[in-house]
Design a protein around this ligand. Structure first.
Ligand SMILES: Cc1cc2nc3c(=O)[nH]c(=O)nc-3n(C[C@H](O)[C@H](O)[C@H](O)COP(=O)(O)O)c2cc1C
Length: 237
């Protein structure tokens, strides 16, 4: 399979983790540089600017040990593709420390640009991450990383570096209680902003927090009309 990986410009990193939580294979390396891979359904974007992503792992897992040893991880986004999802299940088995799961399932690595954990060629996009903070409780550890570089297959992003849904075919894991079930996440529905009921109810600009009130919200644009605060395209009515 010949795949061209292209660099995503930093201002577009946020476009690639879409939907905002996704199925991933996370690669790490140990202190000697041995590669480890594990499947994660819990990968989520937690900050837009800077772009920060989190996931949660089990204490004592190889990912846990490698993250604490090296502070680096690469998040590889998995397409909704049966053959690859079968490999995701196998990668998620409790393989002994030192075993490279990618070799077991026949996936290919591509060196990352900024950190040691490699990218997985068969995945459609890659976030190279350095640990910003971890939080451990009971038997879990949440890891939040600062993005260092993002790349994607050339055919899964458009000229604005936005995801082409049917090419990327993002996927979600249904969760441990469903064990081996996944859902596709490539069929977004654009929902219309219908402000008419609010207008009829007398809602106006003064009902919303002002941009001068000290709350930094990168999703909101300063606009004259409250109805334009959050839309992705110009108003049609
Ligand atoms: C589809 C799938 C999703 C998973 N998601 C998570 C997750 O979000 N968090 C987690 O701790 N383990 C998750 N697991 C389990 C880990 O992949 C598993 O514990 C793995 O053995 C850890 O590998 P490691 O010891 O190489 O780090 C998932 C497994 C599968 C198959």
């Amino acid at each position: 399979m010949n795949v061209e990986k292209v660099d995503v410009r930093p201002e577009n990193w946020d476009c690639i983790i879409a939907p905002t939580s996704l199925l991933a294979i996370i690669t790490t390396v140990d202190a000697d540089g041995n590669v480890n891979a594990a499947s994660y359904g819990s990968t989520v974007r937690v900050c837009h600017d800077p772009v920060q992503l989190s996931f949660t792992c089990t204490q004592g897992s190889d990912t846990h040990a490698n993250i604490l040893a090296t502070g680096e991880f690469t998040i590889n986004l998995v397409p909704f593709d049966r053959e690859l999802l079968e490999k995701v299940l196998i990668i998620g088995l409790p393989w002994k420390r030192g075993i490279n799961e990618l070799e077991k399932v026949g996936l290919t690595t591509v060196p990352s640009k900024t950190i040691a954990p490699p990218r997985i060629k068969e995945c459609y996009a890659h976030f190279e991450m350095k640990v910003d903070w971890t939080h451990s409780w009971i038997h879990r550890m949440t890891v939040t990383g600062m993005t260092q570089a993002v790349s994607a297959n050339a055919n899964v992003i458009d000229e604005n570096q936005m995801i082409i849904w049917d090419q990327a075919k993002p996927a979600h894991f249904c969760g441990g209680r469903y064990m081996d079930q996944f859902v596709p996440a490539n069929d977004p529905m654009k929902v219309e902003w219908d402000y008419r009921p609010l207008e009829l109810a007398g809602v106006s600009q003064s009902d919303f927090r002002g941009f001068d009130e000290g709350v930094e919200d990168p999703v909101l644009t300063p606009v004259d009309d409250w109805r334009d605060m959050m839309r992705s395209s110009p108003r049609t009515f």
